[in-house]
Design a binder for this molecule. Sequence first.
Ligand SMILES: Nc1ncnc2c1ncn2[C@@H]1O[C@H](COP(=O)(O)OP(=O)(O)OP(=O)(O)O)[C@@H](O)[C@H]1O
Length: 272
Amino acid sequence: MRHDLPPAAACSGLVRIYWSPSGEVHALKGVDAVLPAGRLTAITGPSGSGKSSLLRILAAQDPPTAGRAEVAGQSLAGLSVRGRRALRRRSIGYVFPRPPDNLLPHLTAREHLAAAARMRGTDGRDAADLLDLLGIAHRADHRPGQLSGGEQQRLAFAQAVVGRPPLVVADEPTSELDTATTVDLLDAVAALTATGTTVVVATHDPLAAGAADQVIHLRSGAVSHEEVGGRRLAVVDGEGRVQLPEAVLARFPARRVLIDVTDDGVVLRPPS
Ligand SMILES: Nc1ncnc2c1ncn2[C@@H]1O[C@H](COP(=O)(O)OP(=O)(O)OP(=O)(O)O)[C@@H](O)[C@H]1O
């Protein structure tokens, strides 16, 4: 994963509280996350763990209650409703779970991209390339009703990406698709990230999580663990404490280690 580019989005100590007649719901309880540029990040976790709440803040739809969140270097905290709307138009593409929710029945694929480009204030010059990249160039003059569910979601991604916003946010984009169509869509998303687009998805789908460059797993509104390239990361907290993965922790039953720093990295050994 490239760490030489600034991240597309990041949050730290992010808190989201909902107030409802039945009381407060603490949906996010201090989430730290970094979305590297040009990568697919999957937010996973059980139902109610806070995935949509996190996604809605990153998509500038909801304000954070507390903590820091930024997209393309712009802070989301303290933005007015109008400020969030302007940021969404300029900098954030969004894909809903259900294909019909992303598209207008009377517009062709080409017209969807032209409308999205206008809204983003760009000339839409990349539209034809995007349709090609996402494997739906032959559908350019078709309306949503003439497209399969998978093609509709690919068009939804093309529409979200037109004008190349710094971040594309997709909530459960594969939830309505069968396995083969999901694989095709994930290939299309990989083609997008290969050309520098940053995508974050909330998902229950193991296929989508498996295709991600990075997985952030939430439990009860907090990050329980992260995976990069299928490997679970140890977490270093703000005070420099390392939270080892459970499998590694089992090697240190006394919970005491010697730390050797070498040119190649850091070695932990049980005290002998
Ligand atoms: N508008 C709201 N008002 C009150 N509580 C809410 C609201 N939206 C979400 N919640 C609560 O916040 C918590 C986190 O919900 P969220 O939708 O972020 O979880 P999730 O991981 O996306 O769940 P799912 O996988 O079921 O979509 C849950 O307890 C949920 O009931």
